[in-house]
Write a protein that binds this ligand. Structure first.
Ligand code: 13P
Length: 252
């Protein structure tokens, strides 16, 4: 399965920085066996999508509203993101679930809106540290998946343990492999055969030094990268680690 290396820029980047980062990625990406995606802030989408048209780097958004238009001050709809040049959208990120109180039902409505607008959704799930310490991670993640994904879901899932985001900590390789197997089994029982073929990304403190190990684990279909996606050399090193896994050359 072709891996997806996705960069979530979060609330970072003004026009000049974003354009320079995108140009640097585009100039150095070369031939990759993985798919490369950047998700800049909405303010940069139209500019970067135009800048990268014809490039192999895909462009996506970080959220969308569930409605196509209307009286929702400050929100941006899926058709508007598509119109700005986005092809993908991250949904249900833990920062949105925490900062904006997004429930699984809200995420589900957004997934339906994204798909209707022609955006490919990346739906994030993951447990908090307290939930892992209580041994509840499998239950929590299964509930998020069944609550957030429609029965005909054909997008990407990202497992991002909340406690690993931006902390420099990652689960052990055994814990990542166990969770990805659990997510695969849940997808198959919720979605049927389609669930067997969807990519499951790992996210949370992915960096060049741990990417090869994480990307080579069974059922890991790529990475959702935060901080390291803001540095072209680091993001590309992660993509090359994924490539090394794809071609059977274990780097680092
Ligand atoms: P970090 O890579 O900075 O830990 O962020 C992960 C993340 O939240 C990506 O969506």
């Amino acid at each position: 399965m072709r891996q997806l290396i996705a960069g979530n820029w979060k609330m970072n980047g003004k026009l000049a920085d974003g354009a320079a980062l995108a140009a640097s990625l585009d100039a150095q990406a070369g031939d990759l066996a993985c798919d490369l995606l950047i998700c800049p802030p909405a303010t940069l989408l139209a500019t970067l999508a135009a800048q990268l048209s014809g490039s192999k780097i895909h462009v996506g958004a970080q959220d969308c509203h569930a409605k196509p238009s209307g009286a929702h001050t400050g929100d941006i709809s899926a058709p508007m993101l598509r119109d700005a040049g986005a092809a993908w959208v991250i949904l249900g990120h833990s920062e949105r679930r925490a900062d904006h109180g997004e429930s699984d039902a809200v995420v589900l409505a957004k997934v339906l809106a994204a798909v209707a607008a022609g955006l490919a959704p990346i739906v994030c799930v993951g447990e908090t540290e307290a939930q892992r310490l209580a041994g509840e991670q499998n239950t929590v993640v299964a509930l998020q998946l069944t609550g957030s994904l429609p029965p005909d879901f054909a997008g990407v899932v990202a497992y991002e343990p909340v406690w690993a985001i931006g902390t420099g900590r990652t689960p052990s390789e055994a814990d990542v492999a166990e969770m990805h197997a659990h997510i695969r089994a849940t997808l198959v029982s919720h979605l049927g055969a389609t669930g067997g073929g969807l990519r499951i990304l790992y996210g949370g403190s992915v960096k060049p030094s741990n990417a090869a190990a994480l990307m080579s684990l069974p059922e890991v279909g790529g990475a959702l990268v935060g901080g390291a996606s803001l540095v072209a050399a680091d993001f590309l090193a992660i993509a090359h680690a994924s490539d090394a896994v794809a071609t059977g050359v274990r780097a680092g």
